[in-house]
Write a protein that binds this ligand. Structure first.
Ligand SMILES: Nc1ncnc2c1ncn2[C@@H]1O[C@H](COP(=O)(O)OP(=O)(O)OP(=O)(O)O)[C@@H](O)[C@H]1O
Length: 212
């Protein structure tokens, strides 16, 4: 049996005494993809944040590639995240004072990888925003900025691509483009793709689901 690349066991998160969330066991094997589904407020974003090392569970373990990530020091966890996880959020979190290309270069630098301008431009080209490489985030439309954020998540060739509603601000054409690219890149690098979404266009493409 192939090893699990993700296992969340008996994970709970308490925001307050009134808002206590608990999550069923979640596992994924290498190369498998999964959709996280659930109504608004069911805990999808909370789960994703715990899964990618941004939110320590109140109890339970998050094991990625055999590593108990909340057993790492803050510095080790930062490094692990930079090297292994590509994150795509609803808010793009691009750095406003840097151009799109510089945002990608920074992501590579932070992960300790060498800068490769040609490769970065290629990713932008595939997402149809190469002409925006030297623009600043505020000069892009929302959909373009979303694609730039996806480019940034891909440049480190992460083992895990974790996305919270990656297609919500995109029209059909660009949603298909982005989903193809995410599936393609995951395939190329043997990465696991995890998407929290309400988007029916995504639901049609990934069969494996985790219902909250
Ligand atoms: N900082 C917070 N303090 C208290 N409660 C919170 C906080 N953040 C989230 N919650 C509550 O935790 C629950 C889960 O929130 P979460 O954002 O994970 O849901 P979601 O499934 O991603 O929702 P949506 O689809 O609307 O984005 C909700 O009931 C929410 O009100």
């Amino acid at each position: 049996m192939e090893a699990l690349v993700i296992a969340l066991d008996d994970v709970k998160f308490n925001y307050t005494d009134d808002v206590k969330l608990s999550f069923p066991r979640f596992t994924l094997r290498k190369g498998e993809h999964c959709l996280i589904l659930g109504n608004s407020g069911s805990g999808k974003t909370t789960l994703i944040h715990m899964m990618c090392g941004l939110l320590r569970p109140s109890s339970g373990k998050v094991i990625l590639n055999g590593v108990d990530i909340y057993g790492l020091s803050a510095k080790q966890l930062d490094h692990f995240r930079g090297q292994n996880i590509g994150l795509i959020f609803q808010q793009t979190h691009l750095i406003r004072s840097l151009t799109i290309l510089e945002n990608l270069q920074l992501a590579r630098w932070l992960a300790g990888l060498k800068e490769d301008r040609e490769e970065l431009l290629l990713v932008l080209q595939r997402l149809k925003i190469a002409d925006k490489a030297t623009n600043y985030p505020h000069q892009l439309s929302q959909g373009q900025a979303q694609r730039a954020a996806i480019a940034r998540a891909l440049v480190n060739r992460p083992m895990f691509l974790i996305a919270d509603e990656p297609t919500s601000s995109l029209d059909d054409h660009h949603a298909a483009l982005v989903l193809d690219l995410l599936l393609d890149q995951s395939q190329n690098f043997g990465a696991s793709l995890i998407i929290a979404t309400h988007d029916k266009r995504v639901k049609d493409q990934i069969v494996n689901t985790y219902q909250l």
